[in-house]
Design a protein around this ligand. Structure first.
Ligand code: PBG
Length: 336
């Protein structure tokens, strides 16, 4: 190591390695492929619906009968995993989030549909209460407005089992309660769901970057307080390593960092500390910022998206959830 780095200018000219496309190609260290992409999908009730989300141009909520369109695209583009998120109608939201464990809820019905098809991709389902609660929090809330950890866990375990029973391949707790990975893993083992993967949103920060997502699942107007008592302090990184250590110990197969681009340091630290499968989520706010700036002609959308997704790879992410997934996959498939 020390030897190669001891040579200096003019014997060392790093620009030699950048002087032509062919040498740049040969020296490329990280390459984005379709195998790095996970596609998040929003689902709504009704028939023949494909409604655009106003804060996320070109991202839609699909009714279940229109999910064929998603499956066809995912199969055709070679996307390995889609992540389902429900837009629960207001009248089905309650304080206790009971709709989350209704076997006829949007996620269960979507799983029935997708799993009756012959697909080449897996299906991931979020575990959390926020799309189902009238207050928009990920957990149960008491009269003092506190989020109840252990009571929430009992419900999350039921939700996880229900989705596993309906064929979810990847269970992704995004709620940030303590101890939920262990409880979910135990239940899945007990019920013989040996192959159900747990992808833990392990280092999930209390970020302002989730606002468009909250519009997409219809929780933004209900949410009156922040999520800082359960999602992580944006200023911390040691704590992220402790969150990840805890979830690995409890039985997570994959851990995730969220949001993405401003948290690449966290991805890098987790990867070097644990050498464990680590995913990243390029969240809704990141998507909308790129879209808005591109729409104004301030930036080149396609190039910026490639730059950012490649940066996730460079930081050490094994795969990335991105609303740009189908666009990028299409581009990669076309080969230019
Ligand atoms: C719900 C959940 C959120 C996201 C994924 N799962 C929102 C939140 O925690 O408030 C955000 C995804 C995005 O912004 O794209 N627990």
């Amino acid at each position: 190591m020390s030897n190669i780095h001891s040579s200096s200018f003019p014997s060392l000219r790093l620009r030699r390695g950048r002087s032509n496309p062919w040498i740049r190609n040969l020296l490329t260290e990280n390459k984005l492929t379709v195998n790095d992409l996970i596609w998040p999908i929003f689902i709504c009730e009704g028939e023949n619906k494909k409604e655009e989300i106003s804060s996320m141009p070109n991202v839609y909520r699909y009714s279940i009968d229109r999910l064929d369109e998603i499956s066809e695209n995912a199969n055709d583009l070679g996307i390995n995993l889609v992540a389902l998120f429900p837009y629960t109608p207001e009248e089905k939201k309650t304080e206790g989030g009971e709709e989350s464990i209704n076997s006829k809820n949007l996620i269960c019905e979507s799983l029935k549909k997708i799993k009756s098809q012959k697909n080449n991709f897996g299906v991931m389902c979020d575990i959390a209460l926020d799309p189902y609660t009238s207050h928009g929090h990920d957990g149960l809330v008491n009269n003092e407005g506190e989020i109840l950890n252990d009571e929430t866990n009992s419900l999350l375990v039921k939700q996880a089992l229900l989705f596993a029973e309906h064929g979810a391949d990847v269970i992704a707790p995004s709620d940030m309660m303590d101890g939920r990975i262990g409880k979910i893993r135990n239940k899945l083992e007990e019920e013989k769901f040996y192959d159900t993967i747990i992808l833990s949103y392990a280092a999930k920060y209390a970020s302002k970057m989730y606002s468009p997502f909250r519009d997409a699942v219809g929780s933004s107007s209900n949410l009156k307080t922040d999520k800082k008592t359960y999602q992580m302090n944006i200023a911390n990184s040691d704590e992220a390593l402790r969150e990840v250590a805890m979830d690995i110990k409890e039985g997570a197969d994959i851990v995730m960092v969220k949001p993405g681009i401003s948290y690449l340091d966290i991805i890098s630290k987790i990867k070097s500390e644990f050498n464990f499968p680590t995913f990243a989520y390029q969240v809704s706010g990141e998507y909308s910022m790129i879209k808005a700036a591109a729409d104004k002609g301030f930036i080149d959308e396609e190039e910026i998206v490639f730059e950012q997704l490649t940066s996730f790879k460079r930081a050490g992410a094994d795969a990335i959830l991105s609303y740009f997934a189908p666009d990028v996959a299409r581009k990669l498939k076309s080969g230019n």
